[in-house]
Design a protein around this ligand. Structure first.
Ligand code: PXG
Length: 468
């Protein structure tokens, strides 16, 4: 069955087939089965404006995923291009090693600590979120060395977490497929249950389940011996894992446990930072007080690679006052062009009150509209938090019956999304969105309308296959 093409379309401006051939000849993509891609051909995105992108066939697509959770201020921002241009002409690069610095890196550090929770006064820059989390691993181990407890090496993370794809990032991640390729995780990284009520709640009231899930951390700390545990790391809301929104009781209990055993708390805010949850940082939404915050993506709205770690006073004081040289850093730590773009990006977020807008206007509106999708016969659960949201495709609603994993129902649904001109990501059978923070109420209506139409088409398709 071929769905109707209803999205706005202009005449193609590129030779798509030729680009696809060239793509598969030379370009190895991240997380891609290249044989399958070559058979199908990549969708080539050529342009963006506001919350929309266009592909090489001229199809306009509402980008419900902000590129990859990052284009928070939307596409086509001249201010960001101008900031990059000015800085490239002034000073395109200089390193921050050997007692040197550059102006944008200094100014951005001040701007970041201004919006961070009050106990954050320092920033370490990286080029990506993965490098940020590698920095977290190096930094917490260094911290405990300096503090005279070098046996505190273990970092506890969660199944189905995503913390990046470098060796340490993939080890912290709780993705089976990643661990299976390349002898991961590295030693001294362990994983506990994710706080996913839909899958693990077994009928417990959600608040009660939040405590149970958090206590998995305490159980594991006691099993390993608190004197060996260096840190706990988690995303306030798990992104790549499928927008797993924890029960409200979860994070405060995690904080209590970390405090009790002196374990450092790292909040990976690569997705949740910079307004995504209606606060500058997800930790503020969750009411926790992390020691380290990893950031990337939204710091520059994805216009240029930049990441880093906000370092809270507890760790910073030890590193600075007692640590001497920390043997860690990257060529592009504090890259002047990336920092200049990020500074302008933060200025846009402030000027346009995007954090408040998500908290007070578009976040609650999305919640209302998105959660109403739960009335669709194919939807077992629909939930949102700020401007992230996820729904679960199910075979039966009462009692809940999910689809067999190998049917890849989420991917079928995702196909309809693309063809109808809206990007929604599939994580198994969880369909997720994280639209740009500049999305308006009218555009939310447009997005929800498209999603509903795709759900209908998916349902028809599954019926014709005899799967429902
Ligand atoms: N932490 C979190 C929470 C992330 O979401 C990273 C770290 C790594 O950042 P870099 O910049 O090294 O990619 C991420 C990245 C997906 C998907 O499938 C999500 C990410 C990356 C690739 C795919 O949703 N997030």
């Amino acid at each position: 069955m071929k769905p109707m093409e209803t999205a706005a379309r202009t005449a193609p401006i590129y030779d798509t087939a030729a680009l696809q051939r060239e793509d598969s000849l030379h370009y190895l993509h991240p997380f891609t089965d290249h044989k399958a891609l070559a058979a199908q051909g990549a969708r080539i995105i050529v342009r963006g404006e506001g919350i929309y992108v266009w592909d090489s066939e001229g199809l306009r697509i509402l980008d419900g995923m902000s590129g990859l959770w990052c284009v928070n201020v939307g596409y086509g921002r001249k201010e960001l291009a101008d900031a990059a241009y000015r800085q490239m002409m002034e000073l395109p690069f200089y390193n921050s090693f050997f007692n040197t610095a550059n102006v944008p890196a200094i100014k951005l550090a001040s701007a970041l600590v201004k919006v961070a929770p009050p106990h954050f006064e320092h920033v370490f820059y990286t080029g990506s979120g993965s490098e940020g989390n590698d920095t977290v691993v190096r930094m917490v181990r260094r911290y405990w060395d300096i503090e005279g407890q070098p046996q505190r090496k273990i970092i506890i993370s969660r199944h189905n977490a995503y913390h990046g794809s470098t060796v340490a990032g993939a080890s912290l991640s709780g993705m089976k497929g990643m661990h299976a390729q390349g002898d991961l995780p590295i030693p001294n990284i362990v994983h506990i249950e994710q706080p996913y009520h839909f899958e693990n709640g077994h009928g417990l009231p959600i608040d009660e389940y939040g405590i149970v899930a958090a206590r998995r951390l305490e159980e594991r700390i006691l099993e390993l011996g608190p004197e060996r545990v260096a840190a706990f790391i988690g995303e306030p809301v798990q992104g790549a894992g499928g927008v797993i929104i924890p029960p409200p009781t979860y994070w405060p209990e995690i904080q209590r446990i970390c405090d009790r055993y002196g374990v450092l708390l790292a909040s990976d805010e690569v997705i949740c930072g910079f307004g995504r949850l209606g606060h500058w940082f997800g930790a503020q939404y969750m009411g926790i007080r992390p020691d380290l915050i990893t950031f990337a993506k939204g710091v520059s709205s994805g216009y240029i690679p930049l990441g880093g770690v906000l370092v809270g006073d507890r760790v910073a004081r030890t590193l600075i006052d007692k640590g001497g040289e920390f043997h860690h850093g990257f060529t592009y730590s504090g890259h002047p062009v990336a920092c200049a773009v990020a500074l302008e990006n933060l200025a846009i977020i402030e000027r346009e009150h995007l954090v408040d807008k998500v908290r007070e206007d578009t976040g609650p509106y999305l919640k209302q509209q998105f959660e109403a999708l739960a009335d669709h016969p194919l939807v077992g659960l629909a939930e949102s938090c700020g401007l992230v949201a996820g729904l679960v495709l199910v075979k039966n609603k009462r009692p809940v019956e999910t689809f067999a994993e190998e049917l890849a129902v989420g991917m079928i649904c995702r196909g309809y999304m693309f063809r109808n001109g809206v990007i929604m990501r599939a994580v198994g059978d969880r369909m997720i969105i994280a639209p740009p923070l500049v999305i308006s109420r009218a555009q939310i209506d447009e997005m929800i309308g498209l999603i509903r139409r795709c759900l209908d088409q998916t349902r028809q398709d599954l019926k014709s296959r005899g799967w429902i």
